[in-house]
Structures are given as C-alpha cells and as structure tokens.
Ligand binder design. Sequence first.
Ligand code: ACO
Length: 337
Amino acid sequence: MIKSIIKGTGKFVPPNLVTNKDLEKIMDTSDEWIQQRTGIKQRYWIPEEGVTGASDLGLEAAKQALDEAGWTPDDLDFIIFATLSPDIMFPGCGCFLAAKLGLNSTPTLDIRQQCTGFLYGFATADAYIKTGLAKKVLVVGGEVHSSGLDKSTRGRDVTVIFGDGAAAVCIEGVDTQESVGLLASALHTDGNFAESLMAELPASRLPQRNPPGVSLDDPRYFPVMDGPSIFKKAVRLLPKVTHEALEKAGIGLDQIDLVIPHQANKRINQAFGQFLKLPEDKIFHNIEKYGNTTAASIPLALHEAIEQGRIGKSGETVLFAALGAGLTWGACIYRFL
Ligand code: ACO
C-alpha cells in the first residue's frame, strides 16, 4: 500500500531580527507583556527595503528540503503552497515558487487556510499520492506578515505575535505494508467565525476593492483579531480534534512521541498539553524565536524538532495540531519510516 513519507524538510527566515524591545520603540507595548501573554521573545521580519514575498522565503526553504530529499525540482509532480500572505492578490505563490525553481509546467496549488494551512497541505498531498495523481510532492508554508501589520499601538495585540518565515517538506509515496506515513488527518472549518480574525480590505466583494475615501491607514486594511475568543476556541477545539485524529489512526495518545502544535501562543499550547495530561517535554515550542509564522509554523517546528533529535527515528510518531483564522482547525498524525 502507498504511504506518504517525509523525505526532507527545510526552513528559512529573513535576516532582520526584531526583538520585543525593538517593538517597544514603535508602539506602546513591553517585552514583559509580550513574553508573559504569548511566550514570544523575538521574530524575523523582511527588511523594509527591497522586494521579498512569501514565495522568496519559500524558495530558500524548498531548496533545503529538496537537497535533504536528494531531489531536484524536476523530480516534483506537484507543489502545494500554503499562505495567507501571497506575494500579490493573484496568481498564487505556487506559480511564483515553481518558476523560481526553474519549472514551467509542474502543477501547483495554493491553500488559503491560515494557521491550519500546512495540515490541509499535508492531507492534500497525501490524497494526491494515495490516488496515484502524484508521487513526489513539495508542501511549503510561507508568510510575509510584516508588510501588512499595523505597527502603531492600535494594532499591538496582533502585530507583536506575527513573524515572517517559510518551511518546506518533501513527501513521497512509498509502497510498504508498515503502519507509517500520514496515519490520519482531521480537518475542520467554521466560517461563521471568519470575522474573529481577518484583514477586510482590499475586498473584491465591494464595487471597488480599495473603497474611495477610505485611507490606507484604516484598520480594515490590517489584520484584526478577537484574541480572547480565539484563545478559548483553541483550548477547547485542539484537544477535541486531537482525539478525533487519534481515533481515526486507531492509536492512543501514549503512542505519540511528540506533539507539534501550531505556534500561536505558548499559553495556548501549555493549556492544550495540560488538557491532554501530556508531560511538558512531549510538546514542542519554538514560538519564542519566531513568533507566529502561520502556515510556516508547523513545518518550521518539525524541521527544528528533527534537527534537535526530538523526533524522526523510524517508528516514532508525531501529532500536529492547529487552529487559526477561518476559523480552521485540525490535527494530523505522522509516523516516520
Ligand atoms: N502590549 C501591551 N498591552 C497589550 C498588547 C500589547 N502588545 N496587546 C493587548 N494589550 C492589552 C489590551 O489592550 C488589554 O488592555 P486592557 O485590559 O486595559 O483593556 C490587555 O492587554 C489584555 O488584552 P487581551 O486581548 O485580553 O489579552 P490576551 O491575554 O487575550 O492576549 C493575545 C492577547 C496574545 C492576542 C491572545 O488573546 C491570543 O494569543 N489569542 C489567540 C491568538 C491565536 O491563536 N490566533 C489564531 C492563530 S493566527 C492565524 O490564524 C493567522
């Protein structure tokens, strides 16, 4: 039977390090508040000069993942790019990335599922592989948040949490009877809560996407979030979707070697871990270094967890879980070959 196996991972963050102290200089916030409420110490933002899109960050991560897999871009049957911050409104980042990889006919797909984007991407790659539509798939999560954030005190609740970055995973269909690969995925959306985290403008549903008379400094041009309500939803829905994925995989929580949650807020992930009664060392955090990199967050954490030897040996099992704008949420369980 064909299983979806991870062959390589890669990550890339832009060089411009922004600490909490740097943010104190541009808005009314404090290192203490940010660390206490979110666990974040620093993040990387693209430089203010120049042109860097999510596909540029994705390219560097993709090159590293391809190298590790021992693949060239020509080996790819399919590219999936998850992002909420595409380079431009259209076409999608997958098109730009494929061209930057030197490709001119490989199919690509963009996924707009925010923090759950990588999980939707992995599940889609698995479906393509299992139905024989593709054998070698590149899944990339990449974000440039910083150019779209409200860097005044008005936007502080959102702006301090987001970082730019990308990560990539090479996934291959391998014929094996072993219980390995993507064992299960559980994905959900509830668009009734779309307004709890969104950037409303520009909007194609309006007669003019940039409505006349509305200043480019209007809050609707920036992401706005009902943080406390999303926090509560995450703490309730992440454990629930974890149990759903475990049930689908037919395994217990005791068979999970490491949980890699989306890195949105360290307190959310600590509460999630406590709810599941997980020992602290079974839950992976790197939010302190990168902030919330949305679609890049889980693959970036996976890359680092493998690098640090926390996960990756044959037979080890990892659980990914995320909740974000949409609302979208989900969990995937993967066992290494
Ligand atoms: N610095 C200083 N004070 C701040 C800041 C800041 N950066 N931001 C907010 N505050 C203030 C508020 O104004 C408020 O002040 P008040 O009590 O005088 O009114 C106080 O801090 C508390 O504000 P809350 O919003 O209640 O703070 P909370 O503890 O909820 O933390 C946070 C805010 C970090 C945003 C949290 O709600 C959160 O992490 N929510 C979930 C985020 C998430 O998971 N999003 C989904 C993923 S992202 C995606 O999908 C793209």
